[in-house]
Ligand binder design. Structure first.
Ligand SMILES: Nc1ncnc2c1ncn2[C@@H]1O[C@H](COP(=O)(O)OP(=O)(O)OP(=O)(O)O)[C@@H](O)[C@H]1O
Ligand SMILES: [Mg+2]
Length: 374
């Protein structure tokens, strides 16, 4: 018979090791220790009598149960990381994205060419890797551009939606962030895309869960930045002012790219694309629709075109003939469909952009002063 005190010490040791491993997110190790603790408690139960025996048995079972739920959690974390990793590369190309030529150029230089021409980047000693933030009003194509990047570069693409992680992983998201970076770091080339970044990385000091997430994230970025030129971070948000400023500073998401509302040319491209091969009236005039959709986002344009087809389509079904889409169909929808982005929203972006510009100006001034001194 084993000494009960020795058993008790052993039990405590296993429990402590299990708890430590669990806190570190090492669920396999935690599970092993809790299992051993459960077995030890069972041995202690067998050496005792009456209600103490019952109580120890119960405790042993509870610990074993606890360790089996840990196993589930571990697989869930793995599954989650796997889910983020897009099995299928999206079939969206840059040529599908209307307008935004400057944006496409910046992205090509920063995110696509380093993957396609690594030898040239080496020759010019160009820095690669790091973070790029796409920001702008809702429905302007930020998520679409991220998908197009994945499609063009053929890198492993991990797509994470801020709101998903937050709602699902209250108190757990730090571990998932760390698992994500570890997994992405193993790849030859990888892009981590964080959509709705504001909900994942809000300003610190309000919510402790958020603060933990931000700290973990900063730690992860600092850990890989400069060390893995083949890992790129891509973020998207329509509320950049809500993101913790430490996340956005240089060396992290240093490059910020504004994705504005589509200009007239881009709107024309989108409308034409939506109406391609659709039977339209002879005098159908896309230009007139373009002129009436000044503040419309890409998503708005898409919905407008879709809704404008409703009536002719319904009529075509009822009367079993081809009914042409006309400008009047668009006008009817336009009367009841205001753009989803308001002037007030745009003012917030103007202010955010002005703040960035004034920072840039201040830096340029300081550089000039330093150069003049030389
Ligand atoms: N520049 C664009 N070119 C072509 N289609 C566009 C463009 N912008 C938006 N769209 C259309 O609008 C849809 C929504 O765009 P997307 O989801 O990329 O917007 P977003 O900028 O990510 O918006 P949010 O900030 O709300 O996440 C796209 O699937 C696409 O059909
Ligand atoms: Mg989006």
């Amino acid at each position: 018979m084993e000494d009960i005190e020795l058993l008790n010490d052993t039990f405590n040791l296993y429990m402590q090791k299990g708890k430590e491993a669990k806190e570190k997110g090492n669920f396999a190790l935690a599970k092993r220790n809790f299992m051993l603790a459960g077995e030890t408690m069972m041995k202690m139960a067998k050496q005792s009598q009456g209600s103490l025996r019952e109580a120890r048995m119960k405790r042993a079972r509870r610990i074993v149960d606890l360790s089996s739920t840990l196993q589930e959690k571990k697989t869930e974390t793995d599954d989650e990381v796997k889910k983020w990793q897009s099995a299928e590369v999206p079939n969206i190309h840059f040529s599908d994205v209307a307008g935004l030529d400057d944006v496409k150029k910046a992205i090509k230089i920063r995110m696509i060419n380093p993957y396609l021409h690594p030898d040239k980047y080496k020759l010019y000693n160009k820095k690669t890797g790091g973070g790029v933030l796409l920001y702008g009003p809702p429905g302007t194509g930020k998520t679409m551009i991220a998908k197009a990047i994945a499609c063009e570069v053929g890198a492993k693409f991990y797509a994470v939606k801020g709101s998903d992680i937050v709602s699902k992983w209250v108190g757990e998201s730090e571990k998932n962030i760390s698992a994500l970076f570890t997994e992405a770091n193993k790849q030859d080339r990888a892009i981590i895309f964080i959509d709705e970044m504001d909900s994942l990385l809000g300003k610190r000091g309000v919510d402790t869960h958020n603060d933990k997430r931000v700290n973990e994230f900063l730690q992860q970025i600092d850990g890989f930045s400069g060390q893995n030129p083949n890992l790129l971070l891509l973020g998207a948000t329509n509320r950049p002012w809500d993101i913790d400023s430490a996340v956005l500073r240089s060396g992290r998401f240093s490059q910020k790219i504004y994705i504005p509302l589509p200009d007239a040319e881009a709107r024309q491209f989108m409308i034409e694309k939506s109406m391609k091969n659709v039977p339209v009236a002879k005098d159908f005039d896309v230009g007139k629709i373009v002129a009436k959709t000044e503040l419309f986002s890409g998503a708005d344009i898409e919905e407008l075109c879709d809704r404008a087809k409703d009536e002719p389509l319904l009529k075509a079904i009822e009367e079993d003939k081809v009914v042409l889409v006309t400008n009047a169909d668009f006008d009817k929808v336009l009367k009841v469909f205001p753009p989803s982005v308001t002037e007030a929203d745009l003012k917030l972006f103007d202010k955010f952009n002005a703040d960035i510009n004034s920072l840039l100006k201040r830096r340029a001034k300081a550089t000039k002063k330093a150069e003049d001194k030389k």
